[in-house]
Design a protein around this ligand. Structure first.
Ligand SMILES: Nc1ncnc2c1ncn2[C@@H]1O[C@H](COP(=O)(O)OP(=O)(O)OP(=O)(O)O)[C@@H](O)[C@H]1O
Ligand SMILES: [Mg+2]
Length: 220
């Protein structure tokens, strides 16, 4: 991950008192930051860190069922929330709900119910809009820093900005021999300002082992 380290440092602390909602427009890096937070906290929860990608969920009523699926907990009831509460009541785990915006009300109700009843449960959500749920602490992601003045920018100076580093990382992945030169630095610096936050999440390599998420358990 490039930059955004402040967010990755602050979000785990927020988990203790509230559930942080990692918020921002499309492509700004919400999923990237949520995954980095999950990775950082992977050994802190006895019952693991569970990542629930809600992007493919078309029907808001399925949100609790998707969570049950990710947890590997079979539910035989039309009303899955009480069963999830009972399953999670004594668990010490972190749930990361990614892409809540299109099922926002269901996600908010589920998270409120679970947190009210499970004292050792922590939750992080990502969303383009706040959930407006009880206990939510909205953490707005800032775009990656870009050079404010690109004229006369040297490559070494440009590379101090996370947006330029991300640009170079992506360019090198496509073309091994790519190298940022002093001659290119000012053009790259200018275009990075327009580029950051506008790239598609479809290029993010998913670590998913199921259609909706992955389970990252504490190493034994
Ligand atoms: N700090 C970062 N370091 C490395 N890559 C990043 C960073 N921020 C964003 N990206 C890259 O930018 C793209 C978009 O990021 P991401 O999917 O995290 O955005 P998002 O805010 O979750 O978008 P959406 O609202 O569409 O879900 C991805 O390809 C990701 O790899
Ligand atoms: Mg995302």
């Amino acid at each position: 991950m490039v930059g955004s380290r402040g967010s990755v440092r602050r979000l785990p602390n927020s988990c203790r008192n509230a559930f942080p909602d990692d918020r921002g427009p499309g492509g700004i890096g919400k999923t990237t930051v949520a995954l980095a937070v999950a990775d950082r906290l992977i050994t802190s929860y006895a019952d693991g860190v569970h990542f629930v990608d809600l992007a493919p969920v078309g029907d808001h009523r399925l949100v609790p069922h998707v969570l049950a699926f990710v947890l590997g907990h079979a539910i035989h009831s039309d009303d899955p929330i009480p069963a999830l509460i009972s399953y999670l009541r004594t668990k010490q785990l972190l749930l990361v709900f990614d892409n809540c915006e299109h099922v926002i009300e269901s996600a908010a109700v589920l998270v409120e119910e679970l947190l009210r009843n499970s004292p050792k449960l922590h939750v992080v959500t990502t969303s383009r809009e706040p959930l407006r749920a009880e206990g939510e602490h909205v953490h707005r992601l800032a775009p990656l820093a870009v050079p404010t003045e690109s004229e006369g920018l040297m490559a070494a100076e440009a590379l101090e900005f996370p947006a330029v580093r991300l640009f170079v990382e992506r360019a090198t992945a496509r073309l091994d021999s790519f190298e940022l030169t002093d001659a290119d630095a000012s053009v790259v610096g200018t275009s990075a300002a327009g580029w950051t936050g506008s790239h598609s999440r479809s290029s993010w390599p998913r670590a998913a082992s199921t259609p909706w998420g992955f389970v990252a358990s504490r190493p034994t």
